[in-house]
Ligand binder design. Structure first.
Ligand SMILES: NC(=O)c1ccc[n+]([C@@H]2O[C@H](COP(=O)([O-])OP(=O)(O)OC[C@H]3O[C@@H](n4cnc5c(N)ncnc54)[C@H](O)[C@@H]3O)[C@@H](O)[C@H]2O)c1
Length: 391
C-alpha cells in the first residue's frame, strides 16, 4: 500500500496519551474507580438540613440524597402538603420534615453540621443567622439577604463565629466557564479589551416568585456580574445600566424583564451584559472574551450533541433545542458546587466564593439597579475590605 511507510509501532509498545484534563467526567470516574480516600482533611459524614424544597431546593436535593458524604437529617418546607410526596419520591424515610415555625429544632440539633438555604429570599437572613449562631455552616442561595446591610450582617456574623457562609454562585462551578477562565487568566487573548455576557432565561418565572425575588438585578443579573468579575479578577469602577418592562405583569410589580449594562473596569476592560427574563426558545447563555490576541467564547450547550443528518438530499448538523432552563444547563455546576461545599466542610478545599467577593457582587447589582432607575452612570470605589483574600 502506498501509505504502508506511515506504519507506526503497536500502541501497546508506545506511550499512550493520558485522559485530557477537560474530560471532567473521566476525572470523576477515575477517582471513583481508584477507591482512594483523600488523606487531607476529615472524612466525617456531614449532617445536613435543607430549607426549601422548591426549584432550587429540588436541584440541591438530588445532589444530597444519594451522596455518601451526607447524612440528610431535616427538610424544612412550609408546604406541608409536599412532605409525603418528597419522602416517597426520594425514598428518604429517615429524614424529618418540619415547617419553618419549628426551625429552632434544626438549630439546636448537634447532629446538624450545615444548612442548605433554598427558601425564598426574604427568609434567608433569619435562617442564616439562626444557623450561624448555633455553630452550623451555611450554604445559601443567592441573594444572601434582601439588602446590602442584612447581607453584610450575615457575613460579619460568619466571620465572628468562624463559620462558613457560602454564597451559591453556581456558574463558577460550570466546567466550561472554569476552563475558559483558566485560559483567559493564562493570557490567551492578552489583556482583555472586552467581555460580553448574554443571558436570557426560560421558562418565565411565576409572578409569585418575582414578587419576592429582590428585582432582576439582584435575582438573576447578579450571577452574570459574578461570572464577569471572577473571569477578569477585578471589579468595575463604573456601571451604566438601562432596563425595561415589556411584559405588563412584570411592569405592574415594579420590576423589569430586559436589561443591558456596560461596565468599565480599572484596567480598561469594557464589560457588556445583556439579559432578558424570558426567552421563548429556551435557556440562552453565552459568553465571549476578546483581546489583542483573539477571542475565546462559550456558546450555548445543548442537551444532545454530535447529531447530524443526511436526509432528503440535504446533509448537515441537525439543530437541537437549547436546554429549557437553568437546572438542566447548569446541572453539573450545581453538583460540583455542592461537592465543593462538602470539600470545604471536610477541610479539603478553601471556600471558592468568599464574603468580600459576594458582597462586592451584591454592591455592583445595587449600582446597576441605581443606574437603571436614575438613567445615570454610577461610579464605584473599592476599599481593602473587598480584597478577595478576606474571609
Ligand atoms: N442559584 C440559582 O441558580 C437559583 C435558581 C433559582 C432560585 N434561586 C434562589 O433560591 C431561592 C429559592 O428560589 P426557588 O426558585 O427555589 O423558589 P420556590 O418558590 O420554587 O421554592 C421555595 C420553597 O421554599 C418553601 N418555603 C417558604 N418559606 C420557607 C421557610 N421559611 N423555610 C423553608 N422553606 C420555605 C416554599 O414552600 C417553596 O417550596 C431564592 O433565594 C432564589 O433566588 C437560585
Amino acid at each position: 500500500m502506498a501509505t504502508a511507510h506511515f506504519s507506526t509501532p503497536s500502541p501497546y509498545k508506545t506511550e499512550r496519551p493520558s485522559a485530557p484534563e477537560e474530560d471532567f467526567l473521566y476525572t470523576r470516574f477515575a477517582k471513583d474507580f481508584s477507591l482512594k480516600t483523600e488523606s487531607e482533611g476529615s472524612n466525617k459524614v456531614i449532617g445536613i438540613a435543607l430549607f426549601g424544597a422548591g426549584r432550587a431546593g429540588t436541584v440541591h436535593l438530588r445532589n444530597l440524597v444519594k451522596n455518601p458524604r451526607v447524612d440528610l437529617l431535616y427538610i424544612v418546607e412550609d408546604l406541608e402538603s409536599k412532605w409525603e410526596n418528597i419522602r416517597k419520591y426520594w425514598q428518604i424515610e429517615n429524614v424529618k420534615f418540619l415547617s419553618s415555625k419549628d426551625q429552632e429544632q434544626v438549630f439546636k440539633d448537634s447532629r446538624v453540621d450545615a444548612v442548605i438555604v433554598a427558601s425564598p429570599t426574604f427568609t434567608h437572613e433569619s435562617i442564616v443567622t439562626g444557623a450561624l449562631l448555633n455553630g452550623k455552616d451555611v450554604f445559601c442561595e443567592k441573594p444572601i439577604a434582601e439588602n446590602n446591610t442584612s447581607t453584610e450582617n450575615c457575613f460579619r456574623l460568619a466571620r465572628e463565629r468562624k463559620q462558613h457562609l457560602f454564597c451559591a454562585f453556581n456558574k463558577r462551578f460550570d466546567p466550561s466557564y472554569q476552563h475558559l477562565r483558566k485560559r483567559v487568566q493564562a493570557g490567551e487573548v492578552g489583556h482583555v479589551h472586552m467581555i460580553k455576557i448574554s443571558g436570557k432565561s426560560s421558562p418565565l418565572a411565576s409572578l409569585d416568585y418575582l414578587k419576592t425575588s429582590g428585582g432582576c438585578f439582584h435575582d438573576t443579573v447578579v450571577h452574570d456580574i459574578d461570572v464577569m468579575c471572577w473571569m477578569l479578577g477585578e471589579y468595575p469602577s463604573r456601571v451604566a445600566a438601562c432596563s425595561q418592562a415589556h411584559i405588563p405583569e412584570i411592569a405592574a410589580i415594579g420590576d423589569h424583564d430586559t436589561a443591558a449594562v456596560i461596565f468599565t473596569f480599572p484596567s480598561g476592560t469594557i464589560g457588556i451584559l445583556d439579559w432578558c427574563r424570558y426567552s421563548s426558545y429556551g435557556y440562552d447563555h453565552r459568553l465571549e472574551v476578546f483581546g489583542p490576541k483573539g477571542i475565546i467564547m462559550c456558546e450555548n450547550e445543548r442537551p444532545l450533541s454530535g447529531i447530524k443528518s443526511q436526509t432528503n438530499g440535504l446533509e448537515g448538523p441537525l439543530s437541537v433545542s437549547n436546554y429549557y432552563t437553568f437546572s438542566s444547563r447548569y446541572c453539573t455546576a450545581y453538583a460540583n458546587e455542592m461537592e465543593h461545599f462538602l470539600d470545604v466542610l471536610q477541610g479539603k478545599a478553601e471556600m471558592a466564593t468568599r464574603g468580600p467577593e459576594a458582597m462586592a457582587v451584591i454592591r455592583i447589582a445595587t449600582a446597576c439597579e441605581k443606574s437603571a432607575r436614575t438613567g445615570r452612570f454610577v461610579d464605584m470605589e473599592w476599599g481593602p475590605e473587598f480584597d478577595e483574600r478576606g474571609s
